[in-house]
Design a protein around this ligand. Structure first.
Ligand SMILES: [Zn+2]
Length: 243
């Protein structure tokens, strides 16, 4: 067998190993996709309920401070009541205090109603926050593990890449480039044996004339159908008969 054929066969072996490790590595993050989806959904719920809770908190605070203002006004009016000189002023003042008190009571009722909603939303907010944070920490720690696993793959791949470069350096530039091109286009099978007038890459017939040339091994030939580099291999003795 020609030396360059032998080299390409081992080059292909190493490149296939690299390819399979890369495929395995790229499939790793997929394992987290369910957890990620769950986390993202929890995050969305958390953000929505957060906004709702924030808005309600603001309303609550505003209402509480308005009630406080009203109470101060009432106290002031009560103090003023002691200083009025005429009956007319006195009754006008009483009426004003009454109006202020009614307003304060109205706002207190509103606050009570708001508190019912506030407590309900606060509960949902706390639950959503806990759920999101627990999923997030779960996801982050799994991601950390996965990163380490991927780094292991990278180390193995790097080692194989060095082997690949070493082997490939024995090939002439144009042949090396041709090999790599076919490797990419033909999904990792660039060089295949031809047996019994058949290319084992695409299983198509090889013209007898070409098959005879192959046996001479005077140069590199390719399959006219799939363009893979082919080399002659004697038909293996059929130890297991089919059928
Ligand atoms: Zn072929």
């Amino acid at each position: 067998m020609r030396e360059d054929i032998r080299t390409m066969i081992s080059l292909q072996e190493v490149m296939l190993k690299i390819k399979s490790l890369e495929d395995e590595k790229n499939a790793i993050p997929e394992r987290l996709s369910d957890l990620r989806r769950e986390m993202e959904e929890a995050e969305k719920v958390y953000q929505e309920v957060s906004a709702e809770f924030e808005e309600l908190s603001k309303q609550k605070k505003n209402l509480e401070s308005s009630i406080e203002d009203e109470k101060i006004k009432i106290e002031k009016s009560k103090a003023k009541l002691m200083t009025v000189k005429t009956n007319k002023e006195y009754f006008a003042m009483l009426k004003e205090i009454d109006t202020l008190k009614r307003l304060a009571r109205q706002m207190e009722d509103e606050l009570l109603e708001l508190m019912v909603r506030y407590e309900e939303v606060e509960k949902r907010y706390t639950e959503a926050k806990e759920r999101y944070e627990s999923l997030k920490s779960d996801y982050d720690s799994r991601m950390e593990e996965i990163k380490k696993e991927m780094e292991e793959f990278d180390k193995d791949i790097e080692k194989l890449m060095e082997d690949k470069e070493k082997i490939a350096s024995a090939l002439q530039g144009p042949l090396k480039r041709r090999f790599e091109l076919v490797f990419r286009r033909r999904n990792g099978l660039a060089i295949v044996p031809a047996r019994d007038y058949i290319c084992t890459g695409c299983n198509m017939n090889i013209p007898p004339q070409l098959f005879n040339l192959l046996q001479k091994e005077d140069k590199i030939y390719e399959c006219p159908n799939c363009s893979r580099i082919i080399y002659y291999e004697e038909e293996k003795q059929k130890e297991v008969r089919e059928g």
